[in-house]
Design a protein around this ligand. Structure first.
Ligand code: HEM
Ligand SMILES: N[C@@H](CC(=O)c1ccccc1NC=O)C(=O)O
Length: 565
């Protein structure tokens, strides 16, 4: 018998990859979605400020429930000033500390920032004993920006010094060339980072991270990407659907200029994630309707529920179309040639040649060196959510372990929803359900329309990951021999590991479901007609899958050979 146990989120250390927040064990059933996520359908504006801003919601999706806080409490003004004065290009257009490599000396002098850890407990919501988690998250964002800028400032200097014809730390298409490797095969392009983080940054950062249940290092959600935006016109309906209405709060290089590549890189992520409310609803409804179908024997109800499954899957498809079309705008919002510049500041510690001995967080962890993964889109939850819905089987290998380890870097609520969807899909055996067209294995009456919908959702996972592989190629691989991505994964093999898994699954489902045969013979499926449109779509999709499998394998082989991987 299979059962499901809810593990307290707080009891789950953020780096413990073996213990998901919710897991399948031995007594059914999995608690209902509404039991575990009572705030999902609530008006996000009505949630208390003691509730984590990253509480997943059907309106705001994976974005925070309210606009990120951009003005810090008075006692933290020195932090705010440093964060504003830090970027290479400040909001007023003048050069900041990173333009002159003066941030480290300033922090080390102790004159700009004292240790404010003791002030954190005072950040209570007036009249209560609860912390304001929106302010806590804003502080986490700003301390983590400062930590990364401090630790990576020497790499930024090294990186700039490699372009002797460049008088200012600014990128142009002509001076950005792929770099050469040093004899050990590790690129020297970034040199080494600082290996010691002063207590004035380390102690408050660790305390804030503990409160939020995330690692004390710059994060995709709570720092650079999803807690780093404001809007020009907040009264605009659906203010985040209009790309031109979004601005960054913090940046390392030129990101406070909304036309810069750094701004474009992050704003594109926000513009995509802004659509995740309906995506989540589509996924949750699909799972709940399959669950209802499994438990309801009444035939009439079954037909109605099957229609509801199709409607929810159609919502997943239409939302993914918008998300992918926003993603495609990356090419023009953010120029590939500019990427290596601000990328310098988002590297992590784990598996990075920049930090061969880890980093000591002064006054924390018994002053023993620490390792944390760097900021990465691998902590975005869109694709993992779809992987879960579709039960995409990942190969058992060290690369897939990295995928699981990245989970611990998400906000608690996103970890919980990914755990719940994974467990629910496991319980319902969604892959088998869709592949068999909604009937028990070997049964009759398979609805091929369900197979088509499933393959179309898989096709979004594929096209997202394929475009993403093009991004990695054009923004990184062609421009740098440095072997590791910011999150610590090997640059030429990790993304293909997941992309190959989806391509293989699509071919298998197409074959095993009988859809391939039906499409080729353009005849009706067992009990359910395929429309001409479905036949055309499936032919087009599977032709692309076949082509990409070969192309990907050849590309990876070539890059591995070139780099001696
Ligand atoms: C120019 C744009 C982008 C580049 C160069 C890029 C690069 C990368 C790299 C190198 C990784 C490897 C992970 C690591 O160790 O850090 C990664 C992972 C990932 N990124 Fe991106 N990324 C880009 C845009 C995006 C966007 C817009 C999203 C979604 C909002 C995204 C979502 C992901 C996901 C989900 C993974 C995990 C990969 C998987 O599950 O197969 N990325 N990215
Ligand atoms: N891992 C990427 C960076 C990256 O993934 C990323 C970093 C910050 C914010 C969003 C990101 N999105 C893309 O996956 C790299 O190695 O450049």
């Amino acid at each position: 018998m299979v059962s499901h146990t809810l593990i307290s989120a707080k009891a789950t250390p953020y780096l413990d990859i073996e213990k998901p927040i919710m897991h399948v064990s031995d007594t059914p059933p999995l608690p209902s979605f509404s039991e575990v996520f009572p705030n999902f359908h609530h008006n996000p504006a009505s949630l208390q400020r003691s509730v984590d801003p990253f509480t997943t919601n059907s309106t705001t999706g994976f974005l925070p429930t309210q606009l990120p806080v951009n003005i810090l409490p008075d006692v933290f003004k020195p932090l705010q000033k440093l964060a504003e004065d830090m970027p290479v290009l400040k909001l007023d257009g003048s050069p900041g500390h990173l333009a002159t490599y003066s941030l480290g000396p300033l922090i080390d002098s102790g004159k700009a920032l004292s240790d404010l850890t003791h002030e954190i407990d005072n950040l209570k919501i007036p009249g209560t004993d609860k912390l304001d988690l929106h302010i806590i998250t804003a502080l986490f964002r700003d301390y983590s920006f400062l930590a990364s800028a401090y630790l990576l400032e020497p790499c930024w200097k090294t990186w700039n010094s490699r372009f002797s014809n460049s008088t200012t730390p600014h990128s142009t298409e002509t001076n950005r060339k792929p770099t050469t490797s040093c004899p050990m095969g590790v690129s020297t392009e970034y040199g080494l980072g600082r290996s010691h983080l002063p207590a004035s940054i380390a102690r408050p950062l660790v305390k804030l991270a503990d409160i939020l249940g995330i690692p004390p290092f710059m994060s995709y959600a709570a720092s650079y990407a999803l807690y780093n935006y404001t809007v020009v016109d907040s009264h605009k309906a659906d203010a985040l659907s209009d790309y031109s209405n979004i601005r960054l709060i913090r940046a390392f290089e030129r990101g406070l200029d909304p036309t810069s590549s750094e701004a474009g890189f992050i704003l594109t992520h926000i513009h995509m994630v802004a659509q995740t409310g309906p995506l989540l609803s589509g996924v949750i409804n699909t799972l709940e309707h399959i669950s209802a179908l499994r438990t309801s024997p009444a035939a009439a109800k079954t037909a109605e529920t099957a229609a509801q499954i199709k409607t929810s899957m159609a919502q997943v498809l239409s939302t993914m179309e918008t998300i992918e079309s926003n993603m495609e705008r990356m090419w023009t919002n953010s120029h590939p040639a500019d990427y290596p510049t601000y990328r310098t500041f988002i590297f992590g510690i784990t598996s990075q040649p920049l930090f061969p001995d880890g980093v000591v967080y002064e006054g924390c962890f018994d002053d023993k060196p620490q390792n944390f993964r760097g900021e990465s889109g691998a902590n975005d939850s869109i694709i993992p959510l779809l992987d879960n819905l579709c039960q995409v089987p990942m190969p058992v290998n060290p690369l897939t372990n990295i995928l699981r380890e990245f989970r611990g870097y998400r906000p608690e609520s996103q970890r919980a929803i990914l755990s719940w969807t994974e467990s629910k899909a496991t319980e319902l055996r969604t892959r088998e359900f869709f592949t068999n067209g909604g009937v028990a294995s070997g049964g009759s009456g398979a609805d091929l329309e369900l197979v088509v919908l499933y393959l179309r959702v898989l096709n979004h996972i594929r096209s997202f990951r394929w475009r993403h592989w093009q991004f990695a190629r054009e923004y990184i691989i062609k421009r740098s021999k440095y072997p590791v991505a910011t999150g610590g994964s090997p640059i030429v093999t990790w993304l293909p590991n997941q992309l190959s898994a989806v391509l293989a699954l699509m071919e298998e489902v197409y074959e095993v479901s009988g859809l391939k045969e039906a499409v080729h013979e353009t005849r009706n499926g067992d009990g359910c007609a395929l429309t001409e449109g479905d036949v055309r779509i499936m032919r087009e999709i599977m032709e692309v899958v076949e082509g990409q499998r070969g192309k990907l394998a050849r590309e990876v082989e070539r890059y591995c050979a070139e780099r001696g991987v």
